[in-house]
Design a protein around this ligand. Structure first.
Ligand code: MN
Length: 189
């Protein structure tokens, strides 16, 4: 895996984001960051071969199994990014504010032809089944690649953690790490 694209896009003398190195945590890190850049979106990231595979979800994740949320794959991020919350200064890539909206670990439960397969094979096949153990997102989710490059769908499986009655991104607005909202963070300056 490589973080060249991540590192190339950023000026580390200006942005507080961590500089990237590839390393394994052995913890199967999962994180969702709420990011107010030119447009608000949620960055969904999972540990994969020493980096965080990353998808930008414009509408955010949903726990309603009827919703299929577009997830656009973006450049791999370093594992240290999972702890990042802060303000990316104007003039920098992704300028705006970032909070840690959900955090935890995941398990790979991907299958092919009735057999469990590795996360790596599931990624290559374009169909991953993940059990999320976050503070807000729990249970089974599928990430399914569409025909168009970089476009995936994030879909909640209809399990005990599914709920058709609430919009989870409306229910929870703040950071699981600092309890700050994006607005609180912006006002901290
Ligand atoms: Mn982002």
């Amino acid at each position: 895996m490589s973080l060249n694209e991540y590192n190339k896009k950023r000026k580390f003398q200006e942005t507080p984001e961590p500089e990237g190195t590839v390393k394994e945590s052995g913890k199967n890190i999962y994180v969702v960051q709420k990011h107010k850049a030119s447009r608000l979106h949620y960055d969904f990231r999972i540990e994969y071969n020493g980096v965080l595979k990353s998808w930008a979800i414009p509408k955010g994740p949903s726990i309603n199994p009827s919703n299929r949320r577009l997830a656009i794959e973006t450049e791999d991020h370093p594992l240290d990014y999972a702890d990042f919350e802060g303000i990316i200064p104007e003039g920098n890539y992704g300028a705006g504010s970032v909070i840690i909206w959900d955090y935890g670990a995941f398990e790979n439960h991907s299958m092919k032809d009735g057999k469990e397969i590795s996360l790596q094979n599931a990624y290559k096949n374009g169909h991953m089944t993940l059990i999320l153990g976050g503070k807000r997102l729990e249970g089974e989710f599928a990430l399914i690649k569409m025909k168009r490059d970089n476009q995936w769908l994030l879909v909640k499986k209809d399990d005990n953690y599914a709920d058709r009655g609430i919009e989870i991104t409306k229910k929870y607005n703040s950071s699981v790490f600092s309890s700050k909202s994006l607005e609180d963070l912006a006002n901290d300056k």
